[in-house]
Structure formats: structure tokens, C-alpha cells
Design a protein around this ligand. Sequence first.
Ligand code: PLP
Length: 382
Amino acid sequence: MKINTDKLLMIPGPTMVPAEVLNAMALPIIGHRTAEFGELLVDTTEKMKKVFQTKNDTYIITGSGTAAMDMAILNVIDKGDKVLNIVNGNFGERFAKITLAHKGESIKLENEWGDIAEPEAVKELLDKHDDIKAVTVVHNETSTGVKNPIEEIGKIVKDYDALYIVDTVSSLGGDYVDVDKFNIDICVTGSQKCLAAPPGLSAITVSEKAWEVIEKTEKKSLYLDLREYKKRYDEKKQTPYTPAVSLIYALNVALDLVLEEGLENRFKRHEKLARATRAGLEAMGIELFAKERARSVTVTSAYLPEGVEDKEFRGLLSKKYNVVIAGGQAHLSGKIFRIGHMGTAKEVHILATLGAIEMALKDLGVKVEGSGVEAAKEILME
Ligand code: PLP
């Protein structure tokens, strides 16, 4: 089968992967029970800890972001335990589904999709139910292009017994995350977004407070039991089961690139690209979906212009102009589109995407007043 890889991938993950990261996967496989693999695992884990900004135990998991989300919940709850799931998008909802899958009681704090989760409402619920075992929140709601105030929520949760579980799948390495400063007990991420590694790996951090709970929780999974990962890592610097060795080669190089650029520089780059993307869309008369106070720096969501059909628009963008963007999820399908500007995204990618959007809309007969490229250029040249 011939796959067309000659397109600009501007979806909110998986993202484009640099050649040196891809090349790392061509190395021959080494045994995962060797000292050499142990060194690779420790080196990759230590780099991952730097990106998470944590001293907490950290594990690299062979399995996508959802595996780490599953792991975060199943290791800390028993049947009937209450979990406060903050929901303002598809991935917040996923944590609620995982809670139910493990027979927990999900107390959902529903917020408008497109706006932030309100920290005060979290406090009210924690005061109302004194037996909440954990609070889950998604830092960057990829489904809506919203960034939640995880630092503020962390300040609230730390005064309660509940564990603070945060999904940073589409923000870590692109937006400011400091696991220790934000009091995050369990933080999960994926390889394929801001870290610009291939999909297939995830990572999870575990605080002392979380370990105390985990030790008392009934074992519910063999593959995803955190105690197994801790034991193997502490005793042998290994993973309990065969890891995706080639993906770990790749993640190691991807993390080198992240740390070489520097976290601060990366946050600034993502923030600037986000502003340029928003300005470009607005200049073309396209309405942004996320509320101003809630906008993500790694993904921009916007309403499809009046009369524009999602499949036709994105199909044209991909087939004629070779730019791939994403559509909406759940009830937002057919209503919004999403542009990912994370990982290795640069100025030229934003300009190309905005230019292609303008051409595709014109092809579809939409009257595009201003120039998105011009508006974005102003910001990109700052
Ligand atoms: N959480 C967020 C915020 C995501 O964006 C995604 C994937 O898009 C996931 C979790 C799930 O990750 P995966 O698809 O790697 O299982």
C-alpha cells in the first residue's frame, strides 16, 4: 500500500516527527532485560522527569495516552469510590468513563465546552463530599482547544485528602506544566503531541501521597498495575513486560530535542504560534470556538464558516493543498475544525495552513475578506 506522507500534518496529534527521531527507530533491537536497555530506560525516564518538572517516580508505558489515564484511575480506586471528574470536553469525559469502567462513582463537574473549568466549583464539591478519592482534570482539552487552570485547581485540591490527577497529553513540552509546583499527584502524557515522538508510548508520574493510596488499593489489572512497574524499575531498571524498544529509542531523542530547545523557549514558541493562528483565522472572518480566557496554546478551534461542510472543506485542504487539519469531536463534529500547532510547529507551518484555508474557502465560494497570512505575519515577526 502506498501512503501519501507528503502532507503538512497540522492535526492536534499525532504531530510531525523530526528525521533524527524517526531515524532512531531504525537502530537494531536490543534485549529488554539487558543492562544496556536499563541505561536507556533510566536515561529516558530522567529526561521525562525534567520535562514534567518533577522529582516524583515516573514510568514510561508502552500504550497510548489512554492507557496512562486508565492506569491513573484503576490504581487508586476501589469499587464505589468517588472520583470528581471535571468535564469540559471529550477527554475530561473519558476520565469519567474510565472511573465508571473501574466501578467507581463519577461525580461530574460539567463545564461549558469551550470554556474553562472553574476552580471555585471544584472547592464547593470537595466541601460537599468529604470522601472524594481523586479529582481528574485535563490540562489542554484537545477536543475544544481549551486550556484549564490546573495550577489554581491544584492549590485547592492540596488542602483535601483527594489525589490530584492531571492529563497533560496535549500540553506537556508545549505549555507550562510543573508537576511538583502544581501539587499534581498523578500526571499523564503521551508521546505523540508536543513531544513530537511517534504515537504508542505514554508516561505517568506518581507522588508519595499517591503511592500511599495505591498500596491500599485492590489489584485490578496485571498490565497496568503501577506496583509492578515500580518493583521492576527499582530492582532491575526494567519494565514488567516487553516495552516498545524502538519507540523508546525515538522518545529518548525527542526528549533531547525538547531539552535542547529549553522548556521556556518552547512555551514561548507555542504561545506565539497560537496567537498568530488565532489572529489569522479572525482576519479571515472565522469565529474562534474557545472563549478568550480559555484558549489553548497548542490547538486552536474555530467554527466552520456558514454554509461550509466539514468533510468537503478538510478534504479539499488535504487533497488539493496538502494540509491536514482536524474536525470537531462528539457533538462538535461538523461544527468546528481544529488546528494543532504543537511539537515541532514553526512559523512557516502556520503561514502555509492559513494560506491553504483561505484558498480552500475561496474554492468553496466563501467570501474571505481579510488576509490570514498577513495578520499572522505581524505576530510571527515580533
Ligand atoms: N488526553 C488528551 C488531552 C488527548 O488529546 C488524547 C488524544 O488525543 C488523549 C488523552 C488520549 O490519548 P491516546 O489517543 O494517545 O490514547
